[in-house]
Design a binder for this molecule. Structure first.
Ligand code: ATP
Ligand code: LTN
Length: 331
């Protein structure tokens, strides 16, 4: 039987956090045997907020090395850079004409980012979900593994696909979100009501995949916890709950098991244990990423092969779209 298609991407817009790892990349590894996978580096999404060109270029390759260091296998999956496949921009333009401004204005991420970058509320920021829909629909994707924060964008991709299919006949496969419970939403260590984000201004709020052991432990020690002293997952204890989630996500145990493991222990001991667990999990990934980055020729080869494979798949869908909507493609 033919494998189903899976698509996901991360923006090379900053240092990745443990939320990006547990909510996204780690799940990619688990799914790569079962699905035909496309994993992109979403640099076109990244420029919707200001990027330093040299950093954007460097981060693109670093992100590829990280994907591979986390266990994504370039022999099994198509790994490529979004801007190297022009059909993403082309399909976005078509989908733009069937997406409503009102729909985009309602997007939580758009509202958040507009508030955070009030001086730069550009068209790309608003169009972000349409580009994301184009990414997904170009590959006739069945499933999209993402963190909870992207669920709304996935709904848009589905709505647009259904709208297009209704108007022009069956063209796109309608994708499903694939959201795993453990690690799908890691909160900021400084404000557990907010998600942990790679672009948080407070460096203590996020644990980066590049942080060394000391930094990881220091950040967990400083994590905001709640009043009281019980280590229990509960709505009234968002700080402790978040740390329990992190621990569960990194050890593979359930939150209940984590609660039991720390029963009767103090916050200090608990935070240290979470920090050590995370630091120990990150060390081998960091070493492997460093090793890979020393071989730029290899990484370049992976991206060239990936772009070619992605291009072929994307061209097929775009040509179908152009035919359906009446774009001239030669006689
Ligand atoms: P930014 O803060 O720059 O917008 P981000 O940290 O939200 O970036 P993205 O590149 O937007 O990261 O997201 C990459 C993937 O990581 C997505 O699948 C997203 O759902 C997931 N993700 C991001 N933050 C978290 C988090 N705190 N917990 C779980 N998953 C997350
Ligand atoms: N917007 C996504 C990154 C992304 C993506 C995609 C995820 C770009 N294109 C397609 C899944 C499918 C984010 O995680 N911030």
């Amino acid at each position: 039987m033919e494998k189903k298609t899976l698509y996901s991407a991360v923006q090379p817009s900053g240092n990745l956090t443990i939320g990006n790892y547990t909510g996204a990349i780690r799940n990619w590894v688990a799914l790569q045997d079962e699905y035909e996978c496309f994993y992109a580096i979403a640099n076109m999404h990244a420029i919707t907020v200001r990027q330093e060109p040299s950093e954007l270029r460097r981060r693109t390759v670093e992100l590829l090395a990280l994907y591979i260091a986390c266990g994504v296998n370039p022999e099994k999956c198509t790994l490529y850079v979004q801007s190297q496949v022009p059909q993403h921009a082309e399909l976005t333009w078509v989908l733009n004409s069937m997406t409503y401004v009102g729909e985009m204005e309602r997007m939580t991420q758009f509202k958040d980012k507009s508030a955070r970058h009030a001086e730069n509320v550009n068209m790309g920021l608003m169009d972000y979900p349409v580009l994301m829909a184009a990414d997904i629909l170009l590959y006739q994707t069945d499933v999209v593994p993402v963190g909870v924060d992207q669920r709304q964008h996935l709904e848009i991709a589905r709505d647009v696909a259904i709208r297009f299919n209704n108007r022009y006949g069956e063209t796109f496969r309608v994708p499903e979100a694939y959201i795993l419970k453990a690690g799908a939403k890691i909160a900021s260590l400084q404000d557990p009501e907010k998600k942990m984000s790679k672009s948080d201004e407070n460096p203590n709020a996020s644990v980066f995949l590049s942080d060394d052991k000391d930094a990881v432990i220091r950040k967990f020690k400083r994590a905001v916890t709640d009043s009281g002293n019980e280590i229990r997952a509960d709505e009234s204890k968002p700080g402790v709950t978040n740390l329990l989630n992190v621990y569960a996500a990194f050890t593979g145990c359930s939150v209940e098991q984590a609660e039991r493991a720390f029963e009767g222990k103090g916050y200090g001991e608990f935070k240290l244990a979470v920090g050590e667990t995370v630091a120990d999990a990150l060390a081998p990934i960091q070493a492997e990423q460093k090793r890979l980055l020393a071989d730029k020729a290899y990484l370049g080869g992976v991206l060239a092969a990936g772009a070619e494979r992605a291009y072929k798949a994307a061209r097929k869908t775009l040509s179908k779209v152009y035919r359906k909507i009446g774009f001239y493609q030669g006689e």
